[in-house]
Design a protein around this ligand. Structure first.
Ligand SMILES: Cc1cc2nc3c(=O)[nH]c(=O)nc-3n(C[C@H](O)[C@H](O)[C@H](O)COP(=O)(O)O)c2cc1C
Length: 268
């Protein structure tokens, strides 16, 4: 039997093209051999998939190495396969690099340091304790890595301002949504974003999703020539991680799945 002799990567390429054939050309997977290939491929893919998911993290220092438009397109092309409520596909992506990225960063950096600018309220004031603890733990680790005292407001503004420089990444993404859509479409958006980040990771790229950009709705809309019906969901830095940067040593912990998963009706 030839299947086990196939090199893993070739196998995955064959598997992927089968999926694409089905998706794009409407070619049904009918014969038994093809089905066996697909099932065998599934178990191999699980290991690779898990490795990609586990290796993704929010990266906050990048190498200046550019990312080609072709590669960015490839990543977005995979992300667009994310599911959405009634297939509404509520995403819009704006990609900036070079001069436009510098110009956007400059506009936002100025706004960020303006003491009159409203802060972004992205979590409720009455945040439940377990969420507050996790948020504070993140803040302590993140600002600790930058050696910023939690009471030093100027230093915090300087460090949080790195968001608007896309943490030195060569590519910045801004994601927008029709503001008329409801929370279910925002759920779709999350699926799209994670798919995009994993597609990037599987190609050696790193990302940082950034809600910080949502603070400057009108400025970003103006910059991108969008109408008022568009809402900024978040931004994202995209590029190759600088693995030597201390800030990229951050590994945020997770709860065990037992802590938040509730089974019913199983024998054990
Ligand atoms: C929707 C969303 C918005 C985020 N916004 C920011 C942000 O504005 N700035 C930032 O540095 N990190 C941001 N993050 C990254 C989170 O802090 C990070 O995902 C979390 O601490 C878990 O760490 P990990 O992604 O490295 O596993 C955001 C993440 C998500 C999912």
């Amino acid at each position: 039997m030839a299947i086990p002799l196939l090199h893993t990567m070739h196998f995955h390429a064959a598997y992927t093209s089968l999926l694409f054939a089905e998706l794009l050309c409407d070619t049904p997977r009918t014969n038994d051999k093809t089905v066996a290939v697909v099932e065998f491929g599934m178990s191999l893919l699980a290991d690779d998939f898990d490795a990609v998911v586990a290796s993704r993290r929010a990266v906050r220092a990048f190498l200046p190495a550019p990312v080609s438009r072709k590669l960015i397109n490839e990543v977005i092309d995979i992300a667009r396969l994310a599911p959405s409520n009634s297939n509404t596909q509520p995403w819009s992506v704006h990609v900036v690099t070079a001069e436009p990225k510098r110009a956007l960063s400059a506009v936002l950096a100025a706004a960020h340091t303006d003491p009159a600018a409203d802060p972004l309220v992205h979590l409720p004031d009455d945040l439940a304790q377990k969420f507050r603890e996790r948020q504070e733990h993140f803040g302590a680790l993140f600002y600790g890595l930058h050696q910023v005292d939690k009471c030093d407001n100027d230093a915090r503004v300087r460090v949080s301002g790195l968001n608007f420089e896309f943490f030195g990444a060569p590519v910045g993404l801004i994601f927008t949504i029709d503001s008329n859509l409801k929370k279910y479409s925002w759920l779709d958006y999350g699926l799209f974003l994670q798919t995009l980040m994993l597609a990037a990771r599987s190609r050696g790229l790193s990302t940082c999703p950034q809600v910080s950009f949502a603070r400057f709705q009108a400025l970003i809309r103006d910059f991108l020539h969008l109408d008022n019906g568009q809402e900024i969901v978040c931004g994202m830095s995209l590029g190759y991680a600088d693995e030597t940067a201390p800030v990229n040593s951050l590994r945020m912990p997770r709860e065990t799945s037992q802590a938040f998963t509730h089974f019913m009706g199983f024998e054990q």
